[in-house]
Structures are given as C-alpha cells and as structure tokens.
Design a protein around this ligand. Sequence first.
Ligand code: S3P
Length: 169
Amino acid sequence: MKNIVLIGFMGTGKTTIATALAHRLKMRYVSTDDLIEKKEKSTINEIFTRKGEEYFRDVEASVIRDIADKENLVIDAGGGAVLREDNMANFRSNGVVICLAADEETIMARTKKYKHRPLLNVEDPKRRIRELLAKRAPFYAKADHCIDTGKLTAKQVVEKIEEIVKSAG
Ligand code: S3P
C-alpha cells in the first residue's frame, strides 16, 4: 500500500486524523516531528531556540528522505514541510498527498491551549496564523486532495480519506 501523507497548517487535525486513519487501515502512523525530536534528542521548541528554524528544516528534510521510500505509512507531516519542494517530491514519490485545512478562527481555537509550537509562541498568535496561512496557501495547494476539517468530525474526515484512497486504487 502506498503511503498516505497528511500535510496542512498547524491545528488542522493532522495528528488526530493520521492516528485514527492508521488504526482503521492497519497502516503505521509516523510523525515527522516525532522523528525529528528522536533524531535530535531534543524538543521542537528547543531546536528552534538553540539552532534556529533553518536547522530544523534541514533535519525535517532528512527525516522525510528517510521515510519516503517506505510503504504502508500514514505520515503526519509538520505544517511547514511543504515549504521545500524536495519534501513534496519525496512525499509524492510513494504516496498520496492530502491537505487538511481549517480557517483562522478554528486554527486559533485548536492551538491556543498548547505551547509546543514555537511559531505560535508569539504575542499575537492570531496575526501570525493569518500571515503564515497567506504565505503558505500556494504550497498547501500542491496537494493531490484537500479537505476542510473545520465543520467535520474526525470520523467524517477519516471516511473521506478512505474514499480518496480507494478511488486512487
Ligand atoms: C510547524 C509545524 C509543527 C512543527 C513545527 C513547525 C510549521 O508541526 O513541525 O512547530 O512550520 O507549521 P504541526 O503542524 O504538527 O503542529
């Protein structure tokens, strides 16, 4: 089975959906953020603070290279993985790429209780979300399919992805 790769902005539900999907389809759940933290023996926050975002992006690209040729994975990709074309090419090489989306309000509501995302640990996270969403829109648009998770239950999103995967053969 080809990989299923979930891309999308922070707070669009990638982790919840990828976990449920992997369970349902008996595939293996893999998170790029978890692999980065394991490889660096450090949290994402610490990596950003000590080494900076570019370093984080290099490690992200390297873990994506490592998993791209594997099979039967549901890949939960960090929200910024789309920014490098190489990552997208690696995802596409053996997977169907599905973008999860949500509007600014939904993302704000879903992310505000957490502190593990360095890009949102700022004075005005709403503004940051708006700016990043605008900047990244063309990158997320490169997915094979897109699902707005704002008004759907997790179960409904999982079902939609199952349909996509089935029709993709
Ligand atoms: C990031 C998203 C995060 C994580 C890091 C950077 C981004 O992953 O990779 O904090 O640039 O959008 P999630 O999308 O899983 O929160």
